[in-house]
Design a protein around this ligand. Structure first.
Ligand SMILES: Cc1cc2nc3c(=O)[nH]c(=O)nc-3n(C[C@H](O)[C@H](O)[C@H](O)COP(=O)(O)O)c2cc1C
Length: 373
């Protein structure tokens, strides 16, 4: 019986990607991705915040550990960023009001400079950086390439020519239409509830609109999803699976700093906020004293992407490095309600699949009742 139910969960997209469950896991962690693949899901590793010189080794290490299992890579490709940019010189050119505000916060919270360079202290999101990332990703053995916040027609064409599938994270029918025009293979309909960069439409309202628009193009549901019942509900609305991000931060494999894990465990869905303080674009994060400071009436407006991260990248790096329990924050969705303590990816998959089964079975008496009425 269980096996028969599970077969029903294997959607055409799962079969095409050679995975057992319709569970797609986004993570910045190689270890999380490997564990998701082993558990029967499709992992997508985020490389949009890695040092460019480290990306080839990250891909190599991932592919060695994956032993041929299918996986995807995700990049963020926002439009409207400069062609080129040097972190140090741009920093000096930032507006004085925002620089003074951040200096005062550094003093008030006694934030130490980070001891190690990171993406956020050295890189600027520019077209030149994206060009480099695209070459690295196209050279990988990834089955699929996903992009968020923007799309590049040249990447879609080249990925397809290289035999890779293309996924696009979209938050509105307008963005979906653009992705379909470019020939994207899979739409990830990511609602307002999601961790990370998000639009104003809630997941429940977004999915049916995108499914209708997409026609034969498969759609995945994302944003606020952290239970098997929600995954099955998304499939009832026409999605071929769900794409989760926040939930995996509770897994040991993610090596989440302890102060952040504690914050996620203790936070409720309404402790997440959509703010421009992280990147300059609306991004849902779990609140902390750092995020709250940017919401005060005396705070200046955050700078547009990519300049907000040039301004604050050292702080983001430092508060993670020092595990600062006052200030630490991360992208997180309303789905954090399901984070109750540290666990493993295997246990999370077991729970999600068992909840899917329960949800499926719980609907059967209703269907039976209707037939016999
Ligand atoms: C910590 C974190 C970092 C994220 N970074 C990215 C990213 O670099 N690229 C991207 O396409 N999506 C990113 N996302 C969004 C996820 O791809 C996904 O759409 C989202 O997590 C789904 O909603 P959920 O968080 O409620 O599961 C991130 C999400 C989280 C929680």
């Amino acid at each position: 019986m269980n096996a028969a139910i599970e077969t029903a969960f294997t959607t055409p997209l799962c079969r095409r990607l050679r995975v057992r469950f319709p569970i797609f896991g986004f993570s910045h962690s190689v270890d999380v991705c490997v564990a998701i693949a082993r558990a029967g899901g499709f992992p997508v590793v985020g490389l949009a915040r890695e040092m460019p010189e480290e990306i080839p080794d990250i891909i190599k290490s991932l592919e060695r550990k994956m032993q041929g299992m299918p996986y995807g890579i995700d990049l963020m490709l926002p439009g409207g960023v400069p062609e080129h940019g040097n972190h140090a010189s741009l920093q000096e050119a930032l507006p004085i009001e925002q620089r003074n505000f951040v200096s005062a916060l550094r003093q008030r919270f006694e934030i130490k400079p980070p001891s190690q360079p990171s993406f956020f202290t050295t890189q600027v999101r520019t077209q030149a950086l994206f060009d480099q990332q695209i070459e690295q990703v196209l050279a990988s053995n990834a089955t699929a390439i996903a992009t968020a916040i923007g799309l590049r027609a040249d990447l879609i064409v080249r990925a397809k020519a290289a035999g890779k599938m293309t996924f696009s994270l979209i938050g509105s029918p307008r963005h979906a239409a653009k992705a379909l025009d470019m020939g994207v293979d899979v739409l990830v309909a990511q609602g307002y509830d999601a961790g990370g960069h998000t639009g104003p439409i809630g997941t429940m309202s977004l999915i049916p609109q995108i499914v209708e628009l997409a026609g034969d193009t498969p759609v995945l549901a994302a944003g606020g999803i952290a239970t098997g019942g929600q995954i099955l509900g998304s499939m009832a609305m026409g999605a071929q699976g769900a794409w989760l991000g926040t939930l995996w931060m509770a897994a040991k494999e993610n090596h989440t700093p302890s102060a952040l894990l504690e914050r996620l465990v203790n936070a409720a869905s309404d402790d997440t906020v959509v703010t421009r303080a992280h990147s300059g674009k609306p991004c849902r994060v779990v609140r902390s004293a750092w995020i709250d400071a940017w919401e005060q009436t005396d705070a200046p407006a955050p700078l547009p992407m990519p300049f907000q991260q040039v301004l604050t990248g050292d702080v983001f790096t430092s508060i993670h490095e020092t595990n600062d329990n006052r200030l630490i924050y991360e992208a997180a969705g309303q789905s954090l309600f399901a984070i109750r303590g540290q666990t493993t990816i295997a246990a999370q998959f077991e729970q999600l699949v068992s909840e899917m089964r329960e949800a499926w079975l719980s609907l059967q008496p209703w269907a039976g009742g209707e037939t016999s009425a």
